[in-house]
Ligand binder design. Sequence first.
Ligand code: 5GP
Ligand code: ZN
Length: 143
Amino acid sequence: MFGQEQGCVFCRIVRGEAEASLVHEDDLVTAFLDINPGTPGHVLVVPRRHVAGLGELEDAEAARLMLVGRSVLGALRGGAVRCEGVNLFLADGEAAGQEVGHAHLHVFPRFAGDGFALHGDWTRFPPRAELDALAARLRAALG
Ligand code: 5GP
Ligand code: ZN
């Protein structure tokens, strides 16, 4: 079943039981190169603790995930690889394209003509009233 700890490849990498090209390790997160990179230098930052979704992370884990993501961004921008920009990407849930059920932040370098694209229907500009109504629902949900 999706998101199960048993047999999780990222848990095996965190424990050092599966091969990975590590770029960072600390008490809360591990970062390693993606086995099937979108661009050269594509890094995954994962919490050491197995959780499927971002919402299940403790605040300290979520904060470290982003802080290490930012550090990796700095390393990529610093000339480690060809890098004219960086994307951070996190797929939360299978419907969002999450394939590995252990939360992870993608950090990958971008450059002109790298062939990377995110497809979506971004043709619509909803009326302000519709945006305001949706924002109100989200504010209520945020509490
Ligand atoms: P998702 O689609 O879940 O956001 O991304 C999963 C990512 O994990 C993919 O980019 C895929 O290439 C990467 N991946 C899957 N299995 C392994 C593995 O065993 N080792 C490494 N380093 N990356 C993996
Ligand atoms: Zn796991």
